[in-house]
Design a protein around this ligand. Structure first.
Ligand code: SF4
Ligand code: SF4
Length: 150
């Protein structure tokens, strides 16, 4: 892993760039294949499946690994919350590098580079954050509403 990621103020950077055009740009390449989440050592999201036999005597509940890149992962009674690839890529990257800090007090990325190695289209999170940071830094005075916490 020879790349570097500037993590300076990264949580605020990503939070104030929810609407950055780069999310749509990366989504034109992202296949939502979930490889990056499957190889990431910190990804832990799961789903729950229930099974019953025809007699009704036996039921099982299984927890299995799931990925935020899957459409069904954000299904909440009646619809999916994150229907577009850009929304799902943004969810993944923002969770790794920003909301993880709110949850656990540390980054969700250990810098192993596996997600880059195994991405079939060569998407590189260091490049994506760098592009967002470069555009963010080039702004003169961001509008006040873009400084929200969530
Ligand atoms: S570089 Fe970070 S996000 Fe990518 S697989 Fe490693 S820990 Fe996960
Ligand atoms: S491995 Fe690459 S193409 Fe597959 S979901 Fe992750 S970023 Fe998208």
């Amino acid at each position: 892993m020879g790349r570097a990621l500037d993590t300076t103020d990264i949580k605020a950077l990503l939070y104030r760039n929810y609407e950055h055009p780069r999310w749509n740009e990366v989504a034109t390449r992202c296949l939502t294949c979930a490889n990056c989440t499957l190889v990431c050592p910190t990804c832990f999201c799961a789903t729950v499946e229930d099974t019953t036999d025809l007699t009704g005597d036996h039921a099982e509940r299984w927890r299995s690994w799931d990925s935020c890149f899957g459409l069904d992962h954000s299904y909440i009674h009646g619809g999916n919350v994150r229907t577009s690839p850009s929304a799902r890529y943004r969810q993944w990257l923002t969770h790794k590098l920003a909301t993880w800090i709110d949850q656990f007090g540390t980054s969700g990325c250990v810098g192993c580079g596996r997600c880059i190695t195994w991405c079939p289209v060569g998407i590189d999170l260091t490049e994506e954050v760098g592009a967002i940071r470069a555009a963010d830094a080039s702004r003169s005075t961001p509008p006040e509403h873009e400084h929200g916490d969530a």
